[in-house]
Design a protein around this ligand. Structure first.
Ligand code: FES
Ligand code: FES
Length: 151
């Protein structure tokens, strides 16, 4: 089957029900997407599928054939760049394990709604867990990225 990962075509000839997370990390070497729980509970493995956040640990690779898969390595949309700038400015990251999931989720949120209310931003970001407790900085990062997007 043909996959489109970060704008590049990739031929995949393995098991169709292999989780996308392992195709990305092990087959394609895109290790920026992390494994946290394996059961769609933590959000560490979030990638964008046709712009929507999706948990790669429970997504069979066959389900995303022909769709646009974007990982943290290929995140270069306007919202994605604003989020990465905000994350750097505010030094959001602690250990980093959850952060590609945080960044992908924030990007999807701000792509859909570039100026979310604080409650909307918090509700969107509450779906990704952080063992280091960076939640306040994550929320500040989303607010700063929204400011950057406003210009
Ligand atoms: S590793 Fe996929 S949601 Fe936790
Ligand atoms: S920064 Fe360590 S788990 Fe979130």
């Amino acid at each position: 089957m043909e996959l489109n990962v970060n704008g590049k075509p990739q031929n995949y000839g393995g098991e169709p029900d292999r989780p996308l997370l392992w195709v990305l990390r092990e087959d394609l070497g895109l290790t920026g997407t992390k494994y946290g729980c394996g059961v769609a509970a933590c959000g560490a493995c979030t990638v964008l599928i046709d712009g929507q956040p999706q948990r790669a640990c429970v997504t069979p690779v066959s389900a995303v054939a022909g769709q646009k898969i974007v990982t943290i390595e290929g995140l270069d949309s306007k919202a994605g760049k604003a989020v990465q700038q905000a994350w750097t400015e505010l030094d959001v990251v602690q250990c980093g394990w959850c952060q590609s999931g945080q960044i992908m989720t924030a990007t999807a949120l701000l792509t859909e709604k570039p100026q979310p209310s604080p409650d909307e931003a918090k509700a969107g970001m509450d779906t990704v867990l952080c063992r280091c407790g960076t939640y306040q900085r994550v929320n500040a990062g989303v607010a700063r990225a929204a400011e950057i997007l406003k210009g």
